[in-house]
Design a protein around this ligand. Structure first.
Ligand code: ARG
Length: 578
């Protein structure tokens, strides 16, 4: 159950019974300060203003009708007309008992399931995946997991860049290299291959001519060149698959819907824009001028949909793609996880797409941008020599560093266990460092910060989980057998119980705003609340009475399940010991 919604409904009914029009909402939120209850409704003030009456008196009327018997042990009016709700310990205990056994904990399936199409990762296949694709890949994947968790239908779309003029050069290079070796070997290091092709292109005019000829041949569907393209695409995609697997990202081959998939639709789409009088010829190119996105001086925003030489652009493909997602995939909600710097591009696509009737205005069209990942010098993250950092290398380093850390922290683990733990901790640390920052800001990539066992990091949460598991080992109990009624007594117990019950609210907010960091902050607070509880409320010490012990063990189990589930939604694994 979502407590916030549950209480909002109660307050809303009381408001209606008090004669307040139903469009005036309860405005209910978790209280921000201690002493103001657990939840606070401030709807009485806005309602009193609209009804021209005294807010405290109106709040008192609402209170008369507010039925919270057995739910709250104190409801009071504060300040100008806030209603503060103090939930009863007994109710919190009842709500929490049984939650750990539920597959989705206290989260209920959404009452309004949507088809959500999510565009994420989407690297260019001409090159190796680099750190620039990390953010889109892991943020998108966290949101996708959360959407599915609450019962939405998610269609993942990996809009890979598998088309364009650079493929002429790459295919000519592939052809020349594969006379001596296999394609797999030639493309073993895509980044190096790209550089070789580029050098070849710049140094050898004959090769450059072949490359240009191959662009034309590729576009006209020449069989030999298409076969080379398929081979290149296949190998590059398999490099991506390896990264997804290491990263524990849920993208698979079925989700690949690259730029090339829209080729046949591009002339059709441009014609539709011309027929509607939207696209006009300007200096030989076909352009749509959007007054809706005009600059301060009133100059419309130009979207080129076809170049003078007949070639199509990134925007043309994205328009075709929008139409496909809206009409063929029947999206209710369309989410794009792409670098913030493509903000104008996405705005143009959405504005023009709706204007041209490619997507209905009922569909929620959302670009969720993100900032840059910077190095410790505050500049975009680069290798020591200033090159782009390959994602594969970065992940290898993460696992190596985690391994060294595990070696010092827990040398008695077996080699096999160390390897498994290092993978989960290293990859978890990289992902969490990113997910825990507000998506829209830049952040500094720091190995030391992300691998710390203290603070808002993946290792801290994974460690908190293992500590909970160690309690069960010490007690000699199987956690799934812990089902006693939870009784909430001590203040630290109460704080932990309420935090646990707020999980649904957090997941909802994460989905609504596409903000994984709200879940991270929550998990960090939850783990900290557990540590405080564990210090204050002994579980296995001599003298703790049996029912208290059973209740606290169950509370510990419930906390463990939440940390685990929360991390799963972020694509991070836990382990029983580390
Ligand atoms: N391939 C593009 C890039 O690497 C990102 C594509 C994002 N998706 C889209 N529909 N435009 O910048």
């Amino acid at each position: 159950m979502n407590i916030r919604e549950f209480l909002a409904d109660k307050v809303q009914s009381a408001m209606q019974a008090a004669g307040i029009p139903s469009e005036l909402g309860p405005h209910l939120a978790p209280a921000k300060k201690a002493g103001f209850g657990d939840y606070q409704a401030n709807g009485a003030m806005a309602a009193a203003k609209a009804m021209r009456t005294n807010p405290r008196e109106l709040a008192a009327k609402i209170l008369d009708h507010l039925e919270l018997d057995g739910i709250a042990d104190k409801v009071e009016i504060a300040g100008p007309g806030f209603i503060n709700i103090h939930l009863a310990n007994s109710w919190l205990g009842q709500q929490l008992s049984g939650v750990a056994e539920q597959a989705t904990l206290s989260v209920e399936p959404t009452s309004a399931p949507q088809t959500v199409v999510v565009d994420y990762s989407s690297p260019n296949l001409a090159k190796e995946m680099h750190v620039g694709h990390l953010r889109s890949t892991i943020i998108g994947d966290a949101i996708v997991r959360a959407l599915e968790f609450v019962g939405h239908k998610v269609i993942r779309q990996n809009h890979v860049g598998d088309w364009g003029t650079q493929f002429g050069m790459l295919l000519a290079e592939l052809e020349s290299q594969t006379q001596a070796t296999d394609a797999e070997i030639a493309l073993h290091d895509l980044e190096a291959f790209y550089q070789q092709a580029k050098q070849h292109f710049d140094a050898d005019p004959e090769f450059a001519n072949t490359a240009r000829d191959y662009v034309v041949k590729l576009q006209s569907g020449d069989e030999k060149i298409l076969a080379l393209w398929h081979k290149f695409r296949e190998i590059s995609l398999s490099h991506g698959d390896e990264i997804y697997q290491t990263l524990n990202v849920t993208l698979s081959r079925e989700d690949v819907m690259g730029e090339s998939a829209y080729n046949d639709d591009l002339p059709v789409l441009v014609k539709a824009l011309e027929d509607q009088g939207l696209a006009v010829v300007d200096q030989g190119a076909k352009v749509v001028f959007l007054q809706e996105l005009a600059d301060k001086k009133g100059n419309p925003s130009p979207v080129i949909v076809q170049k003078q030489d007949g070639g199509y652009l990134y925007a043309t493909t994205d328009l075709a793609c929008l139409r496909y997602r809206a009409n063929t995939l029947n999206a209710d909600r369309l989410m794009y996880f792409i670098d913030q710097r493509q903000g104008l591009h996405m705005q143009q696509i959405f504005t023009l797409g709706v204007k041209a009737g490619f997507a209905s205005s009922d569909i929620s069209l959302e670009h969720h941008g993100f900032g840059t990942m910077n190095g410790e010098d505050g500049k975009p993250f680069k290798t020591r020599s200033g090159g782009t950092v390959k994602l594969a290398d970065l992940l290898d380093e993460a696992v190596e560093r985690a391994r060294a850390l595990i070696e010092t922290k827990n040398p008695e683990l077996s080699e096999q266990e160390k390897t498994a733990v290092a993978l989960k901790v290293g990859i978890g640390a990289v992902k969490y460092a990113d997910l825990s920052k507000t998506r829209t800001t830049d952040y500094i990539f720091s190995w030391d910060a992300m691998l710390a066992f203290e603070g808002n990091t993946a290792p801290y949460l994974q460690y908190a989980y293992t500590r909970i598991q160690s309690i069960f080992r010490k007690a000699g109990v199987e956690p799934s057998s812990l089902t006693a009624q939870i009784s909430v007594e001590a203040e630290q117990e109460r704080h932990l119980a309420l935090k646990l019950l707020q999980f649904p609210e957090v997941v909802e907010l994460m989905i609504k705003e596409a903000f994984p960091h709200v879940l991270c902050t929550y998990l960090f607070e939850l783990a900290s609340a557990f540590m405080t509880f564990y210090e204050a409320c002994p579980i296995l010490k001599d003298g703790v009475e049996e029912p208290v012990k059973a209740s606290r063990l169950h509370l510990a189990r419930t906390t463990g399940e939440h940390i685990k589930q929360g991390l799963v939604l972020l694509g991070i694994d836990v382990m029983d010991r580390m």
